[in-house]
Design a protein around this ligand. Structure first.
Ligand SMILES: [Cu+2]
Length: 283
């Protein structure tokens, strides 16, 4: 490789490096020209990202292998090079290989996949509970143990302030203490919605008459995690974003005291408590 080629290669690697890092240098919301997943926040998202990266390597290797085989077959067995085609219809060795190798690949994928599934199911280790209700077209967050419940609406484009994000900022975010494992009881009031926050790796359907359980592992750090309803739920489907705002434990206590004044709910805890007791005794 001469000097010119070497410098061309280094440009290529720099460009690839840039493409790979743009996905990891952003905040907990989508960025313009972002590639890949949002940076993972918390243990669930880290495990999900690791699984995604493993699958990406496997699927890339498989695609390149199949492409190489196709290119080889097209050139090696073209009409001019191979005028009399073989009529072979069976080859035991190849048939065993193309059965056993995919099975082994699936086993390799299954192990971390099941590990993650069972990790996602560990809702009993959580420290607090928030009930999330999907409505056309806003979310309601209920801190049942605190008797607090409030609606969360998207901020209109005309009312956006400098630090707010179009289509993602809301008037009242779901405020949570940093470094806390939170159980979410997700339900719906009308049509199907879906509670989706990519950086926390949570995506759970909200269905009227059902309570779906999920948990989030909010890491340390005062960050807002942005998400959206990702189940087509009517004309304003795109306008019911989610903001999970992590604050310090002290700020959370102060917010909660204020919220108790502002959003005190008298009736809802009575409705939700029996359901919570049922859930707790079932586990
Ligand atoms: Cu929705």
């Amino acid at each position: 490789m001469n000097l010119r080629e070497t410098s061309r290669m280094s440009w290529l690697w720099a460009a690839i490096g840039l493409l790979l890092t743009t996905g990891t240098a952003s905040a907990a919301k989508p960025e313009p020209w972002q590639l890949g997943l949002q940076p993972p926040a918390g243990s669930i998202a880290e495990k999900a990202t690791d699984l995604h990266n493993l699958l990406l390597i496997i699927i890339t290797a498989i695609s390149l292998f199949v492409l190489a085989l196709l290119v080889y077959v097209v050139f090696r067995f073209r009409e001019t090079a191979n005028p009399v085609p073989s009529k072979t219809s069976h080859n035991t060795v190849i048939e065993i290989l193309w059965t056993v190798v995919p099975v082994l690949i699936l086993v390799v994928i299954a192990v971390p996949s099941f590990q993650l599934l069972y990790y996602l199911d560990k809702t009993k280790d959580t420290e607090m509970v928030i009930k999330v209700t999907g409505n056309q077209w806003y979310w309601n967050y209920e801190y049942s143990d605190e008797g607090v419940s409030f609606d969360s609406y998207m901020i209109d484009e005309a009312d956006l302030e400098a630090d707010q994000t179009r289509l993602l900022s809301v008037d009242y975010p779901m405020v949570v203490p940093e470094g806390t494992r939170i159980k979410l009881l997700i339900t719906g009031n009308d049509v199907m919605h879906s509670f989706f926050v990519p950086s926390l790796a949570v995506q759970t359907y909200s269905i009227a008459g059902r309570i779906n359980e999920a948990w989030i592992d909010v890491p340390m750090g005062e960050t807002s995690y942005y998400g959206q309803c990702n189940q087509i739920c009517g004309v304003n489907h795109a306008y019911m974003p989610i903001v999970v705002k992590a604050v310090s434990k002290e700020d959370y206590a102060a917010w909660l005291a204020e919220a108790k004044e502002e959003f005190a709910s008298v009736d809802t805890p009575q409705l939700i408590k029996p359901a919570l007791i049922e859930l707790a005794s079932a586990r």
